[in-house]
Design a protein around this ligand. Structure first.
Ligand code: HEM
Length: 585
């Protein structure tokens, strides 16, 4: 091309480019103006104008501070600076945060729906399996589902879980020693090992099959890599036997890791910042997923497919059993029903030959709507099974890891704990005696240690609600639909409610102490939507501490005080809790 034609092209192109960039700049300005002047945002700001709060950035709200300091730390600061009702902007959406015990109680009882604006970016069945689980579901379906869940936490069912919990706690002691010896030069991340234990417990209770989650890291990665080989012979049978536990442990961990605003996909943050253009953000996120988004989708997919695989195996086992016993199987869909309902459900073989009570899955398959008599749909069942695992695994593992961290940094507490465990076990007949419900009641200091850890480090540090009607929050009124956040952490560390709130003092929770004010301690939430699994979690945590401290103490590896915590959907140790297990016997 000659020089003159080059010059001509440039002369034509430059003004054209200038026009395009001016046009683009104009579009951006208009978009920004539309976002800033967004009527919904302005209306929300107007309706909540009387609620105190720090001035937000016009586009980002308080997001940078929330991410930098961790949301509960900001709520605690604002609660001290402003009072027990204040406004925080998560990007372009204002939440009213409450930290007063009476206001929290009244909201907990009145408001039965959670607001779920920070849900993962999901589509199709993965979205349904998330949205129809008991934690997320709206009030109307919640009642039916809540009724279906209840028998799983009936006192008689809970005592049936004791043998399994006890066996898993003994097994984790062995595993911790093995891991420390073989792979960690004497050190081990106790948080990770406890995660395997809680997964083994919830998984086995949920499905009634040995979850094989309590394995070494090396074995876990071997199993996972085998699970990924598509042409593995008899994959289906082997999956249920060997891969489900490890696959679900790995997937659940990743759901939490990449599911938070701070550590999750940039698309999630954009979605929070620009809810007005969510219809654009979602398809873009699926077209150009970043690493955390890919991790989240893969983990959700694994969780979904492993769960639905187990449900179909469960159904075909039931069908086979029905045929072999000559039970009617007509229509064929009836074969999917579990053999019994309610509390008299089937007793299944649990971990290591121990007896686990009837599985949660069995309950879900047996559940019928009280009014319509309808069964739960397959997707509803998958959603509940998935919820059981997600809600019960990470929370309890975090609670136990925090307890071990706190005990290891407080020798005087450790001495009292060891004394109680040794004396009570000796009185019961020796360290290997199986634990019963009556026996557990006697471990009062162990319970106090768990409660005080849950006060200082509540794994679920916040719980959301949506105002069911125009509400009065102390001196402030808020309109129907206002998103509300109950800050459990701020309540648990309120200096007006707790003497020396940052100190670890299990004595506060000992019988006879009057240090715990009414409604000031709510690690499991409050009202109708309080944690349905709290007794299960407390029983599991107590058995685990008794078995672990009966056999071991833990020396904290240097450089971990104060412990770094990551605040996402739950609060958990950011880099684990690294300890040297020291055998006591
Ligand atoms: C230390 C362990 C645990 C902690 C700290 C914890 C904490 C919580 C909190 C704070 C809530 C929200 C309550 C509210 O909004 O008022 C909740 C809800 C829930 N938790 Fe837990 N939880 C734990 C263990 C478990 C276990 C073991 C399970 C089941 C196996 C479970 C299942 C659930 C379910 C299904 C909900 C939703 C209840 C509903 O909306 O009706 N949790 N949990």
């Amino acid at each position: 091309m000659s020089l003159s034609s080059n010059l001509m092209t440039t002369a034509l192109l430059v003004p054209a480019l200038k026009t395009v960039s001016m046009y683009l700049a104009l579009c951006i300005v208009v978009l920004l103006l539309l976002l800033i002047l967004n009527p919904e945002r302005i209306l929300q700001e107007w309706k909540l104008r009387h609620i105190p709060g720090h001035n937000p950035n016009i586009l980002l709200g308080h997001l940078p501070t929330l991410i930098k300091y961790g949301s509960p730390n900001l709520y605690m600061k604002l609660s001290r600076d402003i009072g027990s009702v204040f406004k925080v902007w998560w990007g372009r959406l204002a939440f009213v945060v409450i930290t007063d015990p009476e206001i929290i109680r009244s909201v907990g009882y009145k408001c039965m729906d959670r607001i779920t604006v920070f849900g993962a970016l999901l589509e199709g069945d993965l979205k349904k399996a998330n949205d129809e689980g008991l934690v997320v579901v709206k009030e109307r379906s919640w009642r039916t589902l809540h009724r279906a869940w209840q028998p799983a936490f009936h006192p008689s069912t809970l005592s049936g879980y004791l043998g399994l919990m006890d066996q898993c706690a003994r097994d984790v002691v062995k595993l911790v020693l093995e891991q420390a010896e073989q792979q960690g030069e004497g050190r081990v991340d106790i948080h990770s090992e406890l995660g395997k234990m809680t997964m083994q417990v919830v998984g086995t209770c949920a499905y009634g099959v040995d979850f094989k989650a309590l394995v070494s890291d090396q074995k876990l990665s071997e199993l996972l890599s085998k699970a990924k080989q598509p042409d593995f012979k008899n994959r289906n049978t082997i999956l249920a036997q060997d891969f489900v536990g490890p696959t679900l442990t790995d997937a659940s961990r990743k759901v939490f890791r990449s599911g938070s605003i701070a550590n999750g996909s940039k698309w999630m943050r954009i979605n929070v910042l620009l809810p007005e253009v969510s219809f654009l953000v979602k398809p873009l996120a699926f077209l150009f997923p970043d690493k955390p988004m890919k991790e989240q989708l893969k983990a959700r997919f694994d969780l979904y497919s492993a769960t639905s695989h187990l449900i179909s195996s469960w159904k075909s086992d039931q069908a086979a059993a029905a045929i072999s016993t000559g039970t009617s199987c007509d229509p064929p869909s009836k074969c999917g029903d579990p053999p019994s309902t309610g509390l008299e459900h089937q007793v299944l073989k649990g971990v290591n030959g121990g007896v686990a009570p009837g599985s949660f899955l069995g309950l879900m398959l047996a559940a019928r709507d009280k009014e319509t008599g309808d069964k739960l749909t397959d997707i509803q069942i998958i959603a509940q099974a998935q919820t059981f695992i997600l809600a019960g695994y990470e929370t309890t593992a975090n609670a136990l890891a925090f307890a071990i961290y706190l005990v290891s940094t407080h020798p005087e507490v450790q001495a009292k704990l060891l004394h109680e465990i040794d004396t009570q076990l000796a009185a019961l007949g020796g360290p290997d005696i199986p634990l019963t419900e009556e026996a557990l009641i006697k471990f009062e200091y162990t319970s106090a240690v768990i409660n005080e850890s849950l006060r200082l480090h509540p794994p679920a540090h916040v719980t959301p609600r949506s105002a069911v009607e125009n509400l009065q929050l102390g001196q402030y009124s808020v309109p129907k639909g206002t998103p509300i956040l109950i800050s459990i952490m701020a309540l648990h560390k309120d200096p007006a409610l707790w003497e020396d709130p940052e100190a670890f003092k299990p004595e506060r929770f000992m019988p006879g102490s009057n240090s715990v004010k009414p409604n000031a301690f709510i690690p499991f939430g409050v009202g109708g939507r309080m944690c349905i699994g709290y007794k299960f979690a407390l029983q599991e945590a107590k058995v685990a501490l008794i078995r672990m401290y009966s056999a071991l103490t833990f020396a904290l590896e240097p450089g971990q005080v104060p412990l770094q915590i990551s605040y996402g959907i739950t609060a958990g140790p950011k880099h684990g809790v690294w300890v040297r297990p020291l055998p006591r016997r």
